[in-house]
Design a protein around this ligand. Structure first.
Ligand code: ADP
Ligand code: MG
Length: 681
């Protein structure tokens, strides 16, 4: 099995090279062969009649004139000669390679690659090879490499590995022949070979198509198998929801629920009652009313005799949620407690005891909630808010305590369908796609830095009406220090401008207590303006704030800007969001325009995904988004849909579970730990 053969078995791989490969997470021959090029140089020979101006092309020709050489400085030189390529007499220009003068002779055949100037009929040469290029070299793979290795070197190693182990590799193919035939996909062995050494563009395309499909299919099978096992295994417990009590609770709310809220509540309550473990994602735009949905679920669980936990990313949010849950639940005889890092000593001890003996029904806190010392009497439901990181690890931590609760993940980042079926393919999804009635959309404008004074005048007017304003400072990812400096500068400036008002400051370097104070000062209107780095948490609720100003708005993603905008417009007054951005690039102007034109978080996150890619939008590591080797979630979206449908069909079919043609596929999934052995036979 090539997955067990170390790379050192490949000719030419000594300890040093092995170490360099190690850096790329390549330890076995299998991993080496699946380290695919991240792009290709296209050296396909171009017919000049079809070459575009400024296109990068490769042509073959005969040298027609003695090269002439000029030096501009010691190191800078320019070599020119005439080249006859087909019917065209072309001028070839080579910079800084003076030694070519002696090596090039009239009548030599050369292959050159470079930028084509269609008007001057000249090519600026990046690469020059003697002779007419071998056709197999038309596409040259470029690998991502690290120190101690070059793309060319890696290519040599892969060639050696293919020569020696290619046939072994070809024996194993998780895709059954029937499926390959249906989609006209090459075998795994052929596809891998072609990805490393493509003969031509068509072969490369099919090879890629095959590997993308395989990657998506395996992934989807894994996700869907997990989901169906979860359903079958009765791993969770059935929580008997007291329908009447829940109904009364809902009737007692100060507003009536939106249709979307009612629908998702039904979905959640049905999951609670079912014998399987709930694994549900609840998405809804900022302000769509997720908290009350969570409160209803927690209420139902508490009334059924179980405990519930609400986990949030920060202490400020924990406090705010604890407050609102307390207000909603305590009058109905449900005890709510807050557990964060700042709860210490005797109070903490007492709280932990109450959690262990069931004296507390609902606890709100940060990840501290699932730490070692915290024991529950009978935890039935965990709700997480904006906690992308609550994943496999956290679940394992809970499982280790002998608890396997229902889990509801809430997020205000609308997740485009592509993402939803990939990253969250093992989850059920509920969507609140309706806003409570009477919400005034936030008015969004985009201004340039030079209009700052007008912005300040506008802010002053709102302050005079008794409103409050947030100011978000430039976000400089590379440097926390600069972030801080920016926030401090802006704070000083605004304090000087708004003399009659108090301006608060909130940034990432403050202690939790300091942050807390800054936030509660703003909440209580002791400060009227809050200058902040992005530590203003998603979900913070100050209804009197009507202005959100974002400096250097182009540095933020659309989804993020939308989140920030969601901090205002939570009361009855008209709210405003002012984006300050110079819009130097077309892309950033486009993004600012989109922000001013659409209030729909879903649309924004679709745009974001297209503009920036999933890694930037969700943070690959945080979200547990799969890191595909070759497939691209955006580009290969259609293949993902196909794979998803096929996976669903397969899992339901008898053949998939029994047929020898699927044995290899089953083995691959077993290797991935999808099947717990007994389930297959
Ligand atoms: P989210 O967490 O989804 O951003 P919240 O749960 O914080 O939204 O709700 C925002 C505000 O809307 C809260 O003040 C909440 O009380 C209120 N709200 C929630 N549901 C409704 C509704 N159906 N009608 C009117 N107001 C609602
Ligand atoms: Mg919320």
């Amino acid at each position: 099995m090539i997955d067990e053969i170390p790379v050192t078995a490949v000719r030419g791989v000594g300890p040093e090279t092995a170490e360099a490969l190690n850096e790329l997470n390549i330890r076995t021959v299998g991993e080496l062969l699946e380290h695919f090029p991240h792009r290709y140089e296209n050296y396909q020979i171009k017919d000049l009649a079809h070459a575009q101006h400024e296109e990068k092309i490769t042509i073959v020709g005969k040298v027609q004139s003695e090269p002439s050489l000029r030096f501009f400085s010691k190191k800078k030189s320019r070599l020119t000669f005439r080249l006859l390529s087909g019917r065209y007499l072309v001028k070839a220009v080579v910079f800084n390679r003076p030694y070519l003068k002696r090596r090039l002779a009239v009548g030599d055949t050369v292959t050159v690659t470079g930028k084509w100037d269609a008007y001057a009929l000249s090519i600026t040469v990046n690469e020059l090879k003697f002779g007419s290029l071998d056709r197999t070299e038309a596409y040259e793979p470029v690998y991502s490499v690290k120190d101690g290795l070059t793309s060319k070197g890696l290519r040599k190693i892969i060639r050696a590995a293919l020569e020696r182990y290619g046939s072994v590799m070809s024996e194993r193919d998780p895709l059954p022949p029937e499926l390959r035939e249906m989609y006209k996909l090459p075998s795994r062995g052929d596809a891998i070979r072609a990805l490393h050494f493509p003969q031509n563009g068509t072969e490369l395309k099919h090879a890629r198509r095959r590997m993308v499909y395989e990657e998506f299919l395996l992934f989807q099978l894994k996700m869907q198998a997990l989901k169906s096992f979860n359903r079958q295994s009765g791993s969770g417990r059935s929580i008997k929801v007291p329908k009447d009590a829940v109904h009364t609770f809902i009737e007692g709310l100060p507003f009536s629920l939106t249709g979307a809220q009612r629908r998702v509540i039904d979905e959640i309550l049905a999951d609670l009652e079912a014998p399987y473990r709930m694994n549900r994602l609840l998405q809804g735009d900022v302000g769509s009313g997720k908290t009350v949905v969570a409160a209803i679920a927690l209420y139902a669980v508490a009334k059924a005799g179980f405990q519930g936990a609400l986990m949030v990313p920060t202490e400020i949010l924990a406090e705010q949620h604890a407050e609102s849950l307390d207000r909603l639940l305590t009058p109905h005889g449900v005890t709510v407690a807050l557990l964060t890092g700042t709860v210490k000593g005797r109070r903490r001890q007492a709280l932990l005891e109450h959690l262990a003996n069931g004296g507390i029904d609902v606890v709100v806190g940060t990840h501290a909630l699932i730490q070692e010392a915290v024991r529950f009497k009978n935890l039935g439901l965990v709700v997480t808010d904006e906690q992308h990181r609550f994943g496999v690890e956290q679940r394992r931590a809970l499982k280790a305590k002998g608890i396997n609760p229902d889990v509801l993940f809430m997020t205000a980042t609308p997740i485009p369908r592509t993402m939803a079926i990939s990253a969250f393919g093992d989850m059920d999804i509920s969507t609140i796609d309706e806003m409570p009635a009477g919400r005034k959309p936030v008015r969004t404008t985009w201004v340039k830095h030079e209009q700052l004074n007008a912005v300040l005048r506008f802010m002053l007017k709102e302050l005079q009406k008794g409103r409050q304003a947030y100011v978000i400072c430039p976000l400089i990812e590379e440097s926390e220090q600069l972030d801080l400096q920016n926030a401090i500068d802006v704070h000083a400036r605004l304090s000087a401008v708004f003399k009659d008002y108090k301006v608060g400051l909130l940034h990432g370097r403050m202690t939790p207590e300091e942050k807390d104070r800054a936030m509660s000062d703003f909440k209580a209107n002791r400060t009227q303006v809050l200058v902040s780095t992005t530590v203003i948490e998603v979900g913070v609720n100050v209804p009197n704030a009507t202005v959100m100003v974002v400096y250097d708005a182009e540095r933020f993603g659309l989804a993020q800007l939308h989140q920030l905008r969601g901090r205002v417009g939570r009361g009855d007054e008209q709210a405003y969001c002012i984006l300050i951005a110079d819009g130097k690039s077309e892309a950033s102007r486009e993004r600012m325009r989109i922000m001013t034109e659409t209030a729909d978080g879903f649309k924004l996150s679709e745009y974001d995904l297209k503009l920036r890619g999933p890694g930037d939008v969700f943070g690959i590591k945080q979200s547990g988004l799969p890191d595909f080797k070759i497939a691209d979630l955006i580009h290969d979206y259609r293949a993902l849909e196909v794979a998803r449908r096929d996976a669903a069909e397969m899992i339901r079919s008898e053949a998939f579970w029994r047929d020898p043609a699927y044995e290899e596929l089953r083995n691959w999934l077993k290797k991935e730990g999808v099947f717990a052995g007994d389930r297959l036979d």
